[in-house]
Design a protein around this ligand. Structure first.
Ligand SMILES: Nc1nc2c(ncn2[C@@H]2O[C@H](COP(=O)(O)OP(=O)(O)OP(=O)(O)O)[C@@H](O)[C@H]2O)c(=O)[nH]1
Length: 336
């Protein structure tokens, strides 16, 4: 099916309002409105469950005084689950806007909604300091970067600041090995290849499980990352706790970097088909508005995840549960 034949993607404004007349005026370059420097966009990518939301959480809750907008992309059609996993910093005071792009992956099927979302964000009266874009775990960041470069109107309003790829120290080798024999590049590989910073997260899990001397394991992974992308800065973390000076306002895409990136883009296009995602991976959203019985949910999850009763490998499972006899909502997290 052609991209334009897809069902219309969902771009849902979570809160805040926009003054369309005022904002259109600003965007069209009204002389009464001072020119603004482009707003930096940080693309946060990484395989399923690597720690992207953990990083967004960490950034939002840090003491930096910046006004952020966050764009969250969901592969599935359900709105709100990803958002529920992220705590807003300082009671939400610093977050100007949340936008969720659901029903497809931002690097392919919901590209147009991303452009619209960015346009709307930069038209806002209140100036934003930065935009964080959290992709799905299966996104290839390269087409996103080229969206920011190729759309002239957007290019003057936003600027790609950096691409940060979060990788899971425990599962990275498996994710890369799984596809080593295949003709196409796996998403995990592309996410590293196009990164400016790679956050080697979950190093606690590598050391805890006695997979050989922890330091060597981590060093080997770093070498593997540098074999894929020698220009990327690699930062080891637990729960994505990272010095924000190293990841924000990097202005990473200078002329040298852009040239390198464009070479990679050409190689990527030459080996890839337009629909390059691994379509053996599917998402399923279950929506139940009534209260659920926690013990039954646990049993069902055991069957689903551990006993593989339904003949599926579950890479990632997350949700928000309205549990019977509990006043609070519960979040559910599991990963492969
Ligand atoms: N042990 C350990 N767990 C971590 C670390 N970082 C994140 N986690 C946990 O890993 C799980 C997945 O983290 P997320 O931040 O939701 O990962 P994600 O990449 O946003 O996941 P998707 O968006 O679903 O692909 C959560 O349960 C986190 O609490 C870490 O450094 N160590």
């Amino acid at each position: 099916m052609e991209e334009d034949d897809e069902a219309p993607p969902l771009a849902v404004r979570i809160d805040g309002t926009s003054d369309r007349t005022e904002s259109s005026r600003r965007f069209s370059g009204d002389p009464g409105v001072p020119d603004r420097a482009p707003v930096g966009v940080t693309i946060i990518t990484g395989y399923l469950g690597a720690g992207k939301s953990t990083l967004v959480n960490y950034i939002l809750n840090a003491q930096h005084g910046k006004k952020f907008a966050v764009i969250l992309n969901e592969f599935g059609e359900e709105i709100g689950v990803e958002r529920a996993m992220i705590n807003e910093g300082e009671g939400g005071a610093l977050i100007e806007e949340w936008v969720e792009l659901a029903n497809g992956c931002v690097c392919c099927t919901v590209k147009h909604s991303l452009v619209q979302a960015l346009e709307q964000l930069v038209q806002k009266k209140e100036r934003l300091d930065h935009i964080l874009l959290e992709t799905t775990g299966l996104a290839n960041p390269a087409p996103l970067a080229s969206i920011l470069w190729l759309d002239d109107q957007l290019e003057s309003a936003v600027k790609l600041d950096s691409i940060i790829t979060v990788v899971d120290a425990k599962n990275l080798r498996l994710q890369l090995d799984e596809h080593r024999e295949s003709a196409s590049f796996p998403e995990a590989f592309l996410q590293i290849a196009f990164a400016d910073v790679v956050i080697l997260n979950k190093v606690d899990l590598v050391s805890r499980e006695g997979l050989g001397p922890a330091l060597n394991v981590v060093e080997d992974l770093e070498n593997e990352i540098h074999d894929i992308n020698s220009l990327a800065m690699v930062i080891r973390t637990v729960r994505c706790q990272v010095d924000l000076c190293k990841i924000l306002d990097r202005q990473a895409y200078d002329a040298r970097r852009v040239a390198h990136f464009e070479t990679l883009l050409k190689e990527d296009r030459s080996v890839s088909t337009p629909n390059r995602h691994d379509y053996n991976v599917r998402t399923l959203c279950i929506c139940e508005r009534k209260e659920v019985d926690l013990s039954k949910v646990r049993l069902w999850l055991e069957d689903l995840l551990w006993e593989s009763k339904y003949n599926m490998d579950i890479y990632r499972c997350k949700g928000v549960l309205n549990v019977h006899n509990s006043e609070e909502l519960h979040t559910l997290q599991s990963f492969y």
